[in-house]
Write a new protein. Sequence first.
Length: 251
Amino acid sequence: MLDQPNLGSHSTAIISDNDEFFRVALRSLLLERNGFAEVIETTSFEEAVDLLGHMGAVDVGLFDLKMVGMENWRDLSALRGEFPDMLLIIVTASRQREDILRALEIGAHGFISKGLGASELSRAVAQICNGQVYVPPFLPESVFEAPSVATEIMAPEAHVPPREGTQTPAPPTPPAPILANAPNLLHCSPRQREVIDLLIAGHSNKGMARALNLSEGTIKFHMSAVLRLLGANSRVEAATRAMKLLQGEAP
């Protein structure tokens, strides 16, 4: 029996995980049990970002926390902001309460443990695609008391499929810009700092791609993240704000 997601017959998913065996198994599960029309595999965060930049419309993204090329949680937060229509699912071996909370705080639609069996993992994906936020069944009760965490969190056994004609709940809202009022650039990832340095030096996206040995699609993603982090609306404004921050002035 299929755990059919509520995405229509042309749904597409992207998996970003450097564990080949898990990646292949997850792809098979999404195709055979959840009925996805297409599932794309990537082995690094930057490869996933590059593909997303070229493809545009992807319904679901499943990302491991320990990905090659993913430097910190801010990369996932930037991904959520850059592709707001994509359901973001963290699929990881971690069982840490802090990781679960952080995932929910950046706007992820679910946190799935790799330790789940195939049937439960498939149901978790279907639950997320049907508009709910999934958290592991082992989640401590104290997590529900955290004010910053989404309130509509349901355990897998509490899942009730939406009735026909009912509206799917809106996904979590992406976080606001982080650096708009920050006194320095310490919140940037190392890659974002490299992009900022090249931006200040006047490099185009193409020039940055050559300098960092990345694709232009990946550079565009990092540039979008930098604009959000700095609270800027243009490259010129971002460069100006960054220079002032580096000089110790207010942006």
